[in-house]
Write a protein that binds this ligand. Structure first.
Ligand code: ARG
Length: 464
Protein backbone atom coordinates (compact mmCIF):
# COMPACT_ATOMS: atom_id res chain seq x y z
CA UNK A 1 0.00 0.00 0.00
CA UNK A 2 1.04 3.58 -0.63
CA UNK A 3 2.11 5.70 2.37
CA UNK A 4 -0.98 7.80 1.69
CA UNK A 5 -3.22 4.84 0.66
CA UNK A 6 -5.66 4.86 3.61
CA UNK A 7 -8.53 6.76 2.01
CA UNK A 8 -8.27 5.00 -1.34
CA UNK A 9 -10.14 1.86 -2.30
CA UNK A 10 -8.47 1.34 -5.65
CA UNK A 11 -4.87 1.20 -6.79
CA UNK A 12 -3.41 4.05 -8.83
CA UNK A 13 -3.22 3.27 -12.53
CA UNK A 14 0.29 2.29 -13.50
CA UNK A 15 0.45 5.11 -16.00
CA UNK A 16 -0.69 7.56 -13.32
CA UNK A 17 2.15 6.36 -11.08
CA UNK A 18 4.61 6.89 -13.90
CA UNK A 19 3.25 10.31 -14.72
CA UNK A 20 3.20 11.41 -11.10
CA UNK A 21 6.57 10.13 -9.99
CA UNK A 22 9.60 12.37 -9.62
CA UNK A 23 11.98 9.71 -8.33
CA UNK A 24 13.77 9.39 -11.67
CA UNK A 25 15.20 12.87 -11.14
CA UNK A 26 14.74 13.86 -7.48
CA UNK A 27 16.67 10.82 -6.26
CA UNK A 28 19.69 13.10 -6.46
CA UNK A 29 18.36 14.80 -3.31
CA UNK A 30 18.68 11.65 -1.19
CA UNK A 31 21.53 12.98 0.93
CA UNK A 32 19.78 16.23 1.73
CA UNK A 33 16.56 14.36 2.44
CA UNK A 34 18.31 12.08 4.92
CA UNK A 35 20.17 14.96 6.51
CA UNK A 36 16.88 16.82 7.06
CA UNK A 37 15.16 13.72 8.41
CA UNK A 38 17.94 13.08 10.90
CA UNK A 39 17.72 16.63 12.24
CA UNK A 40 13.94 16.34 12.41
CA UNK A 41 14.00 12.99 14.25
CA UNK A 42 16.52 14.21 16.82
CA UNK A 43 14.43 17.29 17.47
CA UNK A 44 11.27 15.16 17.88
CA UNK A 45 13.04 13.20 20.63
CA UNK A 46 14.36 16.35 22.27
CA UNK A 47 10.82 17.64 22.46
CA UNK A 48 9.49 14.38 23.89
CA UNK A 49 7.36 13.72 20.80
CA UNK A 50 9.16 10.42 20.18
CA UNK A 51 11.46 8.48 22.51
CA UNK A 52 15.23 8.99 22.37
CA UNK A 53 15.71 5.29 21.52
CA UNK A 54 13.27 5.68 18.67
CA UNK A 55 15.18 8.67 17.32
CA UNK A 56 18.41 6.67 17.55
CA UNK A 57 16.83 3.81 15.68
CA UNK A 58 15.57 6.16 12.99
CA UNK A 59 18.95 7.87 12.62
CA UNK A 60 20.75 4.54 12.39
CA UNK A 61 18.23 3.33 9.85
CA UNK A 62 18.60 6.44 7.74
CA UNK A 63 22.39 6.28 7.80
CA UNK A 64 22.37 2.65 6.74
CA UNK A 65 19.98 3.54 3.92
CA UNK A 66 22.35 6.26 2.78
CA UNK A 67 25.24 3.79 2.80
CA UNK A 68 23.28 1.29 0.79
CA UNK A 69 22.14 3.90 -1.74
CA UNK A 70 25.76 4.93 -2.19
CA UNK A 71 26.85 1.32 -2.55
CA UNK A 72 24.20 0.88 -5.23
CA UNK A 73 22.40 -1.71 -3.16
CA UNK A 74 18.99 -0.06 -3.08
CA UNK A 75 16.64 0.46 -5.94
CA UNK A 76 14.19 3.33 -5.91
CA UNK A 77 10.66 2.57 -6.97
CA UNK A 78 8.22 4.57 -9.04
CA UNK A 79 5.34 3.40 -6.85
CA UNK A 80 6.88 5.25 -3.92
CA UNK A 81 6.74 8.33 -6.16
CA UNK A 82 9.53 10.59 -4.97
CA UNK A 83 12.75 10.60 -3.00
CA UNK A 84 10.97 11.48 0.25
CA UNK A 85 8.56 8.55 0.20
CA UNK A 86 11.15 6.16 -1.19
CA UNK A 87 13.41 6.80 1.75
CA UNK A 88 10.57 6.68 4.25
CA UNK A 89 9.46 3.38 2.74
CA UNK A 90 12.99 1.96 3.01
CA UNK A 91 13.10 3.09 6.61
CA UNK A 92 9.83 1.38 7.52
CA UNK A 93 10.95 -1.80 5.74
CA UNK A 94 14.19 -1.66 7.63
CA UNK A 95 13.23 -0.72 11.20
CA UNK A 96 9.49 -1.43 11.25
CA UNK A 97 6.95 0.45 13.40
CA UNK A 98 9.35 3.13 14.68
CA UNK A 99 9.99 4.20 11.10
CA UNK A 100 6.38 5.23 10.84
CA UNK A 101 6.94 7.97 13.43
CA UNK A 102 9.47 9.97 11.44
CA UNK A 103 6.90 11.93 9.47
CA UNK A 104 5.25 13.33 12.64
CA UNK A 105 4.87 17.13 12.39
CA UNK A 106 6.19 17.21 8.87
CA UNK A 107 4.89 17.27 5.33
CA UNK A 108 6.58 16.52 2.04
CA UNK A 109 5.88 20.16 1.26
CA UNK A 110 8.21 21.58 3.89
CA UNK A 111 10.51 18.58 3.38
CA UNK A 112 11.06 19.29 -0.32
CA UNK A 113 11.42 23.02 0.37
CA UNK A 114 14.23 22.11 2.78
CA UNK A 115 15.91 19.58 0.49
CA UNK A 116 16.17 21.98 -2.44
CA UNK A 117 17.59 24.68 -0.21
CA UNK A 118 20.21 22.33 1.21
CA UNK A 119 21.08 21.09 -2.26
CA UNK A 120 21.33 24.50 -3.84
CA UNK A 121 23.33 25.94 -0.98
CA UNK A 122 26.06 23.33 -1.48
CA UNK A 123 25.98 23.53 -5.29
CA UNK A 124 26.26 27.31 -5.05
CA UNK A 125 29.45 26.87 -3.07
CA UNK A 126 30.97 24.67 -5.77
CA UNK A 127 29.91 27.05 -8.53
CA UNK A 128 31.27 30.00 -6.61
CA UNK A 129 34.66 28.26 -6.39
CA UNK A 130 34.65 27.43 -10.12
CA UNK A 131 33.87 31.05 -10.93
CA UNK A 132 36.80 32.22 -8.84
CA UNK A 133 39.11 29.82 -10.70
CA UNK A 134 38.01 31.23 -14.02
CA UNK A 135 38.43 34.79 -12.77
CA UNK A 136 41.90 33.90 -11.53
CA UNK A 137 42.81 32.63 -15.00
CA UNK A 138 41.56 35.89 -16.55
CA UNK A 139 43.57 37.89 -14.02
CA UNK A 140 46.73 35.87 -14.73
CA UNK A 141 46.36 36.28 -18.49
CA UNK A 142 45.73 39.98 -18.04
CA UNK A 143 48.96 40.23 -16.05
CA UNK A 144 50.84 38.77 -19.01
CA UNK A 145 49.23 41.02 -21.59
CA UNK A 146 49.23 44.52 -20.15
CA UNK A 147 51.41 45.67 -23.07
CA UNK A 148 49.71 43.63 -25.76
CA UNK A 149 47.99 46.06 -28.11
CA UNK A 150 44.91 44.93 -29.99
CA UNK A 151 42.12 46.63 -31.88
CA UNK A 152 39.09 47.45 -29.77
CA UNK A 153 35.80 47.24 -31.65
CA UNK A 154 32.38 48.75 -31.74
CA UNK A 155 29.86 47.32 -34.21
CA UNK A 156 32.60 44.75 -34.79
CA UNK A 157 34.39 47.52 -36.71
CA UNK A 158 37.84 48.59 -35.60
CA UNK A 159 37.48 51.47 -33.18
CA UNK A 160 40.47 52.30 -30.98
CA UNK A 161 43.60 50.46 -29.88
CA UNK A 162 43.33 48.87 -26.45
CA UNK A 163 45.36 46.52 -24.30
CA UNK A 164 44.45 42.83 -24.37
CA UNK A 165 44.61 42.92 -20.56
CA UNK A 166 41.88 45.54 -20.57
CA UNK A 167 39.71 43.35 -22.78
CA UNK A 168 40.23 40.32 -20.52
CA UNK A 169 39.57 42.36 -17.40
CA UNK A 170 36.25 43.48 -18.85
CA UNK A 171 35.17 39.84 -18.51
CA UNK A 172 36.68 39.73 -15.04
CA UNK A 173 34.31 42.55 -14.05
CA UNK A 174 31.29 40.75 -15.47
CA UNK A 175 32.17 37.57 -13.60
CA UNK A 176 32.80 39.52 -10.46
CA UNK A 177 29.25 40.82 -10.57
CA UNK A 178 28.03 37.28 -11.25
CA UNK A 179 29.91 36.02 -8.23
CA UNK A 180 28.37 38.73 -6.09
CA UNK A 181 24.92 37.98 -7.48
CA UNK A 182 25.32 34.34 -6.51
CA UNK A 183 26.51 35.23 -3.04
CA UNK A 184 23.53 37.49 -2.66
CA UNK A 185 21.12 34.81 -3.85
CA UNK A 186 22.55 32.41 -1.28
CA UNK A 187 21.59 34.84 1.47
CA UNK A 188 17.97 34.45 0.53
CA UNK A 189 18.29 30.66 0.42
CA UNK A 190 19.44 30.64 4.00
CA UNK A 191 16.01 30.13 5.60
CA UNK A 192 14.97 26.88 7.25
CA UNK A 193 11.41 25.87 6.26
CA UNK A 194 10.70 22.77 8.42
CA UNK A 195 7.83 23.36 10.77
CA UNK A 196 5.74 24.86 7.99
CA UNK A 197 4.05 21.49 7.60
CA UNK A 198 1.82 21.09 4.59
CA UNK A 199 0.97 24.80 4.63
CA UNK A 200 -0.35 25.87 8.04
CA UNK A 201 2.54 25.05 10.38
CA UNK A 202 2.26 22.33 13.01
CA UNK A 203 0.32 21.89 16.21
CA UNK A 204 3.05 19.71 17.72
CA UNK A 205 5.41 21.44 20.14
CA UNK A 206 8.37 21.09 17.80
CA UNK A 207 11.46 23.27 18.08
CA UNK A 208 12.27 24.87 14.74
CA UNK A 209 15.24 26.69 16.21
CA UNK A 210 17.05 23.46 17.10
CA UNK A 211 16.58 22.17 13.58
CA UNK A 212 17.75 25.46 12.11
CA UNK A 213 20.97 25.28 14.11
CA UNK A 214 21.53 21.61 13.40
CA UNK A 215 21.25 22.24 9.66
CA UNK A 216 23.29 25.43 9.76
CA UNK A 217 20.73 27.90 8.45
CA UNK A 218 20.92 31.58 9.27
CA UNK A 219 17.17 32.15 9.66
CA UNK A 220 13.78 30.51 9.98
CA UNK A 221 11.22 31.02 7.24
CA UNK A 222 8.72 33.53 8.57
CA UNK A 223 5.48 32.34 7.01
CA UNK A 224 4.46 28.73 6.57
CA UNK A 225 2.36 29.37 3.45
CA UNK A 226 5.19 31.25 1.80
CA UNK A 227 7.79 28.72 2.91
CA UNK A 228 6.15 25.80 1.11
CA UNK A 229 5.16 27.69 -2.02
CA UNK A 230 8.17 29.90 -2.60
CA UNK A 231 10.63 28.99 -5.31
CA UNK A 232 12.08 32.50 -5.68
CA UNK A 233 15.39 31.22 -4.45
CA UNK A 234 15.49 28.76 -7.34
CA UNK A 235 14.46 31.47 -9.79
CA UNK A 236 17.10 33.77 -8.42
CA UNK A 237 19.76 31.13 -8.82
CA UNK A 238 18.60 30.43 -12.36
CA UNK A 239 18.63 34.16 -13.15
CA UNK A 240 22.17 34.35 -11.87
CA UNK A 241 22.96 31.38 -14.11
CA UNK A 242 21.33 32.95 -17.14
CA UNK A 243 23.29 36.18 -16.71
CA UNK A 244 26.53 34.28 -16.15
CA UNK A 245 25.87 32.40 -19.38
CA UNK A 246 25.34 35.70 -21.25
CA UNK A 247 28.87 36.57 -20.25
CA UNK A 248 30.41 33.20 -21.05
CA UNK A 249 28.57 33.16 -24.35
CA UNK A 250 29.87 36.57 -25.37
CA UNK A 251 33.41 35.56 -24.46
CA UNK A 252 32.91 32.34 -26.42
CA UNK A 253 31.72 34.27 -29.45
CA UNK A 254 34.90 36.34 -29.32
CA UNK A 255 37.12 33.31 -28.90
CA UNK A 256 35.41 31.66 -31.87
CA UNK A 257 35.92 34.78 -33.99
CA UNK A 258 39.48 35.25 -32.80
CA UNK A 259 40.31 31.65 -33.68
CA UNK A 260 39.34 32.17 -37.34
CA UNK A 261 42.00 32.59 -40.00
CA UNK A 262 40.51 36.03 -40.70
CA UNK A 263 41.28 37.24 -37.17
CA UNK A 264 44.03 34.86 -36.11
CA UNK A 265 44.24 36.43 -32.66
CA UNK A 266 44.14 33.22 -30.68
CA UNK A 267 45.07 29.60 -31.03
CA UNK A 268 43.30 27.15 -28.77
CA UNK A 269 45.28 24.23 -27.46
CA UNK A 270 44.83 20.90 -29.24
CA UNK A 271 43.54 19.49 -25.97
CA UNK A 272 40.56 21.84 -26.14
CA UNK A 273 39.83 21.71 -29.87
CA UNK A 274 38.34 19.16 -32.21
CA UNK A 275 38.81 18.08 -35.79
CA UNK A 276 36.54 17.31 -38.69
CA UNK A 277 35.58 13.84 -39.84
CA UNK A 278 36.02 14.89 -43.48
CA UNK A 279 38.21 18.02 -43.69
CA UNK A 280 41.71 17.12 -42.54
CA UNK A 281 42.83 20.71 -42.03
CA UNK A 282 40.14 21.63 -39.51
CA UNK A 283 40.63 22.67 -35.93
CA UNK A 284 37.38 23.73 -34.38
CA UNK A 285 36.67 25.68 -31.17
CA UNK A 286 33.92 23.27 -30.11
CA UNK A 287 34.23 23.95 -26.37
CA UNK A 288 33.54 27.66 -26.83
CA UNK A 289 30.76 26.89 -29.30
CA UNK A 290 29.12 24.49 -26.87
CA UNK A 291 29.24 27.00 -24.05
CA UNK A 292 27.59 29.50 -26.39
CA UNK A 293 25.09 26.83 -27.36
CA UNK A 294 24.31 25.68 -23.83
CA UNK A 295 23.39 29.24 -22.94
CA UNK A 296 20.05 28.54 -24.60
CA UNK A 297 19.13 25.76 -22.23
CA UNK A 298 20.06 27.80 -19.16
CA UNK A 299 17.79 30.64 -20.35
CA UNK A 300 15.12 28.08 -21.18
CA UNK A 301 15.29 26.55 -17.71
CA UNK A 302 14.69 29.95 -16.13
CA UNK A 303 11.80 30.67 -18.47
CA UNK A 304 10.33 27.26 -17.81
CA UNK A 305 10.17 27.73 -14.04
CA UNK A 306 9.00 31.34 -14.27
CA UNK A 307 6.12 30.09 -16.38
CA UNK A 308 5.38 27.15 -14.08
CA UNK A 309 5.10 29.45 -11.07
CA UNK A 310 3.18 32.36 -12.50
CA UNK A 311 -0.38 31.14 -12.05
CA UNK A 312 -0.12 29.08 -8.87
CA UNK A 313 -2.46 29.81 -5.99
CA UNK A 314 -1.02 29.38 -2.50
CA UNK A 315 0.29 27.12 -1.18
CA UNK A 316 1.94 23.98 -2.62
CA UNK A 317 0.78 22.70 -6.00
CA UNK A 318 2.09 19.65 -7.75
CA UNK A 319 3.14 21.86 -10.66
CA UNK A 320 6.07 22.77 -8.45
CA UNK A 321 7.58 19.34 -8.89
CA UNK A 322 8.52 20.71 -12.32
CA UNK A 323 11.12 22.95 -10.63
CA UNK A 324 13.67 20.19 -10.31
CA UNK A 325 14.65 19.11 -13.80
CA UNK A 326 15.36 22.64 -15.04
CA UNK A 327 17.19 23.46 -11.83
CA UNK A 328 19.35 20.34 -11.97
CA UNK A 329 20.06 20.94 -15.63
CA UNK A 330 21.14 24.51 -14.95
CA UNK A 331 23.38 23.42 -12.07
CA UNK A 332 25.01 20.70 -14.18
CA UNK A 333 25.42 22.95 -17.20
CA UNK A 334 26.94 25.83 -15.26
CA UNK A 335 29.41 23.53 -13.54
CA UNK A 336 30.49 21.92 -16.80
CA UNK A 337 30.84 25.20 -18.65
CA UNK A 338 32.87 26.84 -15.89
CA UNK A 339 35.04 23.76 -15.45
CA UNK A 340 35.99 23.54 -19.14
CA UNK A 341 36.53 27.26 -19.52
CA UNK A 342 39.44 27.75 -17.16
CA UNK A 343 41.87 25.23 -18.70
CA UNK A 344 40.70 26.16 -22.22
CA UNK A 345 41.63 29.80 -21.59
CA UNK A 346 44.82 29.08 -19.72
CA UNK A 347 46.15 26.85 -22.48
CA UNK A 348 45.23 29.22 -25.33
CA UNK A 349 47.96 31.13 -27.16
CA UNK A 350 47.39 34.77 -27.99
CA UNK A 351 48.96 35.88 -31.25
CA UNK A 352 50.40 39.16 -30.07
CA UNK A 353 51.78 40.17 -33.50
CA UNK A 354 48.51 39.57 -35.29
CA UNK A 355 46.72 41.62 -32.70
CA UNK A 356 49.16 44.49 -33.07
CA UNK A 357 48.92 44.37 -36.85
CA UNK A 358 45.14 44.30 -36.53
CA UNK A 359 45.27 47.47 -34.48
CA UNK A 360 47.64 49.13 -36.94
CA UNK A 361 45.09 48.82 -39.75
CA UNK A 362 41.67 50.43 -39.86
CA UNK A 363 42.56 53.91 -38.57
CA UNK A 364 42.16 53.02 -34.92
CA UNK A 365 44.18 56.17 -34.14
CA UNK A 366 41.84 58.54 -36.01
CA UNK A 367 40.23 59.76 -32.78
CA UNK A 368 43.69 60.62 -31.48
CA UNK A 369 44.36 62.74 -34.54
CA UNK A 370 41.07 64.56 -33.97
CA UNK A 371 41.93 65.02 -30.28
CA UNK A 372 45.34 66.36 -31.31
CA UNK A 373 43.70 69.08 -33.41
CA UNK A 374 41.57 69.99 -30.40
CA UNK A 375 44.69 70.50 -28.28
CA UNK A 376 45.90 72.81 -31.06
CA UNK A 377 42.78 74.93 -30.74
CA UNK A 378 40.22 73.45 -33.15
CA UNK A 379 36.68 72.63 -31.95
CA UNK A 380 36.07 68.88 -31.74
CA UNK A 381 33.21 68.87 -34.27
CA UNK A 382 35.50 70.55 -36.79
CA UNK A 383 38.46 68.28 -36.07
CA UNK A 384 36.16 65.26 -36.45
CA UNK A 385 35.21 66.46 -39.91
CA UNK A 386 38.80 67.23 -40.96
CA UNK A 387 39.98 63.79 -39.84
CA UNK A 388 37.05 62.22 -41.69
CA UNK A 389 38.37 63.84 -44.88
CA UNK A 390 41.90 62.66 -44.12
CA UNK A 391 40.67 59.09 -43.64
CA UNK A 392 38.78 59.20 -46.95
CA UNK A 393 41.93 60.52 -48.64
CA UNK A 394 44.04 57.73 -47.12
CA UNK A 395 41.54 55.04 -48.06
CA UNK A 396 41.82 56.03 -51.72
CA UNK A 397 45.59 55.80 -51.57
CA UNK A 398 45.71 52.76 -49.31
CA UNK A 399 47.77 54.58 -46.74
CA UNK A 400 47.64 54.67 -42.97
CA UNK A 401 47.74 57.93 -41.03
CA UNK A 402 51.31 57.36 -39.92
CA UNK A 403 52.38 56.98 -43.55
CA UNK A 404 51.29 60.51 -44.46
CA UNK A 405 53.95 63.18 -44.86
CA UNK A 406 53.76 66.33 -42.83
CA UNK A 407 53.04 68.30 -46.02
CA UNK A 408 50.12 66.01 -46.76
CA UNK A 409 48.81 66.51 -43.22
CA UNK A 410 49.20 70.24 -43.51
CA UNK A 411 47.17 70.20 -46.72
CA UNK A 412 44.23 69.40 -44.42
CA UNK A 413 45.13 71.66 -41.51
CA UNK A 414 48.04 73.99 -40.86
CA UNK A 415 47.63 73.22 -37.14
CA UNK A 416 49.37 69.88 -37.66
CA UNK A 417 53.05 69.75 -36.74
CA UNK A 418 55.85 67.22 -36.59
CA UNK A 419 54.71 66.16 -33.09
CA UNK A 420 51.66 64.51 -34.63
CA UNK A 421 53.66 61.33 -35.31
CA UNK A 422 54.26 60.75 -31.62
CA UNK A 423 50.62 61.36 -30.83
CA UNK A 424 49.19 58.77 -33.22
CA UNK A 425 51.56 55.92 -32.39
CA UNK A 426 49.42 53.02 -31.20
CA UNK A 427 51.36 52.70 -27.99
CA UNK A 428 50.83 56.40 -27.26
CA UNK A 429 47.11 56.10 -28.03
CA UNK A 430 46.83 53.37 -25.42
CA UNK A 431 49.11 55.02 -22.89
CA UNK A 432 47.31 58.34 -22.80
CA UNK A 433 44.00 56.75 -21.71
CA UNK A 434 45.16 56.54 -18.15
CA UNK A 435 42.05 57.66 -16.31
CA UNK A 436 40.66 55.27 -13.70
CA UNK A 437 38.95 52.48 -15.66
CA UNK A 438 40.91 53.15 -18.85
CA UNK A 439 43.16 50.99 -21.03
CA UNK A 440 46.56 52.57 -20.26
CA UNK A 441 49.08 50.27 -18.54
CA UNK A 442 49.00 52.61 -15.55
CA UNK A 443 45.23 52.27 -15.20
CA UNK A 444 45.40 48.52 -15.81
CA UNK A 445 47.97 48.14 -13.07
CA UNK A 446 45.47 49.59 -10.66
CA UNK A 447 42.70 47.37 -12.06
CA UNK A 448 44.94 44.36 -11.53
CA UNK A 449 45.61 45.35 -7.95
CA UNK A 450 41.91 45.59 -7.35
CA UNK A 451 41.39 42.22 -9.02
CA UNK A 452 44.05 40.68 -6.77
CA UNK A 453 42.40 42.20 -3.75
CA UNK A 454 39.00 40.86 -4.76
CA UNK A 455 40.38 37.37 -5.37
CA UNK A 456 42.09 37.31 -1.99
CA UNK A 457 38.93 38.38 -0.25
CA UNK A 458 36.85 35.85 -2.16
CA UNK A 459 39.32 33.07 -1.34
CA UNK A 460 39.06 33.97 2.35
CA UNK A 461 35.26 33.86 2.17
CA UNK A 462 35.30 30.51 0.38
CA UNK A 463 37.75 29.09 2.93
CA UNK A 464 35.25 30.25 5.58
N1 ARG B 1 7.81 15.24 -5.23
C1 ARG B 1 7.16 16.41 -4.73
C2 ARG B 1 7.82 17.66 -5.35
O1 ARG B 1 8.88 17.55 -5.79
C3 ARG B 1 7.30 16.51 -3.26
C4 ARG B 1 6.21 17.28 -2.59
C5 ARG B 1 4.94 16.58 -2.80
N2 ARG B 1 3.90 17.10 -2.00
C6 ARG B 1 2.63 16.75 -2.19
N3 ARG B 1 1.76 17.25 -1.40
N4 ARG B 1 2.27 15.95 -3.14
O2 ARG B 1 7.24 18.73 -5.38
Amino acid sequence: MKLWGGRFSKKTAEMADDFNASISFDSRLYRQDIQGSIAHARMLALQGIILPVEAEEIVRGLLSIQEDIEAGKLEFSVTAEDVHMNIETFLIQRIGETGKKLHTARSRNDQVALDIRLYLRSEAEIISGLLIELMTALRDLAHEHVDTVMPGYTHLQKAQPISLAHHLLAYFEMLRRDWERLKDAVKRMDYMPLGSGALAGSGFPIDREVVRQELGFEHLTRNSLDAVSDRDFVLEFMSFGAILMVHLSRLSEEIILWATDEFGFIELDDAFSTGSSIMPQKKNPDMAELVRGKTGRVYGNLMSLLTTMKGLPLAYNKDMQEDKEPLFDSVDTLKKCLAIYTPMLRSARFNVDRMYRGAARGFTNATDLADYLVTKGMAFRDSHSVVGQIVAWCLEREKSLEEMTLAEFRGFSPLIDQDIYGEIKLKACVEKRSLYGGTAPEAIKQALEEADHFLQKAAAIIAG
